[in-house]
Design a binder for this molecule. Sequence first.
Ligand SMILES: C[S@@+](CC[C@H](N)C(=O)[O-])C[C@H]1O[C@@H](n2cnc3c(N)ncnc32)[C@H](O)[C@@H]1O
Length: 294
Amino acid sequence: MGGAKRIDVVTLFPAMVAEAAKVGVTGRAAERGLWALRCWNPRDCANDPHRTVDDRPYGGGPGMVMMAGPLAASLDLARRAQAGDGVSSTRTIHLTPAGTPLSHARVAELAARRDEGLVLLAGRYEGIDERLVEREVDEEIAIGDFVVSGGELPALMLIDAIARQLPGALNDAQSAVEESFVAGLLDCPHYTRPERYEGVAVPEVLLSGNHEAIRRWRLEQALRRTWERRPGLIEGRVLTKEEQGMLARIRGDAVPGRQSRKATSPPETGTTSGREHPPGPTSGPNNAGRQEPT
Ligand SMILES: C[S@@+](CC[C@H](N)C(=O)[O-])C[C@H]1O[C@@H](n2cnc3c(N)ncnc32)[C@H](O)[C@@H]1O
């Protein structure tokens, strides 16, 4: 199975990364020995009394650029530390808006390589001297088509996404399997107590205790959401016969690209519009689901 997935982060704000990583799933997974973190501050590798890590951009323009020297020295320390701890190979990833957008597929690949250490390079200011990137970086990843102030949050997002894929990280292993994108679809909607909230009831099918009907309803909801909100995901996916049938029904009343809040009729269970559900052993959160306004 292999040891802990080793991740080092080169950052001007090591405390921010280390503290945030201690919380929730990532923190528990680290306590369970599934992954391990070390942070490296390029200021510790600066060669002047002011611990300078940035300078003005050649060619002029606003802002400052992170200098190659302190970053190269930090990357070297991180790689040596990984090698010293028995990590056989190291991959260096630069978090940047100019990188490849992060996907579930890439997260799963990175998580599956337990033996491969990651060194994440978090930029600040206008970014990093390109010569350092060309020389030292294996891969560039963006967390979305927007700009945040530093690479620490993007690095934490990548760490979190990887950590929850590590076997044993989630208390209910099914959670990671049933999440959005894992099966190429968005997740279905979820519900819990109370059974009626602000006049909106939980769909009857989810209170039925009929596991097969619930599975079909959830699949159709996932397909519907994906078709309405992210039709491109469906176009890039091979559909089962069951899914093709559901999608044909959905296409009859859904407009791709539009976020619809309208209620849907669960297949073979009829509409749940405005229904009350009898209290009883099947009315708890473990049987909960979705409904429309009355
Ligand atoms: C203010 S940003 C620099 C933005 C850069 N000048 C640009 O326009 O692409 C500072 C740092 O934040 C990180 N960053 C910002 N947005 C990001 C994103 N969408 N994905 C990954 N990293 C990002 C990068 O490490 C970047 O070097």
